[in-house]
Ligand binder design. Structure first.
Ligand SMILES: [Zn+2]
Length: 64
């Protein structure tokens, strides 16, 4: 998947920017903490398909 896609893809809910998850199997919106699945290289930008995303420990401040 082309990284330039991230420049044109936005979250359908908040219109915010998205980012790949670690496995590059989904696109994360941090605002809703949702992850949109990518199937066969095609991001499925549907709220009904999005899964709750739990942030791994790392640069998270530790507050949800
Ligand atoms: Zn969003």
């Amino acid at each position: 998947m082309d990284h330039k896609l991230l420049d044109i893809l936005v979250c359908p809910i908040c219109k915010g920017r998205l980012q790949f998850n670690a496995e590059k199997t989904g696109l994360i919106c941090r605002a809703e903490k949702l992850i949109y699945p990518i199937e066969d290289g095609i991001p499925l930008m549907l709220e009904s398909l999005a899964q709750p995303f739990s942030e791994p420990t790392g640069n998270a401040p530790g507050v949800i």
